[in-house]
Design a protein around this ligand. Structure first.
Ligand SMILES: [Zn+2]
Length: 151
């Protein structure tokens, strides 16, 4: 994948709460915490369920298919590493599974003018470094469209 941003873009710093999420990303698996007590999925990773305050959770693996919930086109250079990338998109993707949790990401291989709310998308793993892989998205390919896509 062509790098979205120039070298120097700040990268995630995994910690005790987010480490297993970032480890799964390196393995090209998108995982979402699911509360053992009440079944609520949550994203981004956190230590406690916002619904029932339980600390117990399991990791659910997402198929990585969803839709554009909302998006924006960024024209402002907010960091030197974005200078060559503007205008670039920032999207909020609602997953089709895992309780429909939402992730902030970017769409790749897509003209900004073609992005629209409701657009079906799928994961496009971006191995930014040897240690960091980011879940970006691309337009859903027809081979991945099934009747269960957005249940
Ligand atoms: Zn809960």
């Amino acid at each position: 994948m062509t790098p979205l941003f120039s070298p120097g873009m700040p990268l995630p710093a995994p910690d005790a709460v987010t480490g297993e999420f970032w480890k799964a990303c390196r393995e090209h698996r998108l995982v979402v915490q699911k509360c053992v007590a009440c079944g609520t999925h949550r994203f981004s990773p956190g230590p406690v369920c916002s619904e029932c305050h339980s600390f117990d959770y399991v990791l659910a693996e997402s198929r990585g298919v969803g839709e554009v919930f909302t998006y924006t086109i960024v024209h402002h250079v907010s960091h030197p590493a974005t200078r060559a990338a503007v205008p670039y998109n920032a999207v909020v993707v609602r997953l089709a599974d895992c309780g429909g949790v939402k992730l902030v990401s970017n769409l790749v291989d897509c003209d900004n003018d073609d992005i629209h709310v409701g657009m079906l998308v799928e994961l496009a793993w971006d191995d930014v470094t040897a240690e960091v892989t980011l879940p970006r998205f691309k337009r859903l390919s027809r081979s991945n469209i099934g009747p269960e896509t957005l249940k």
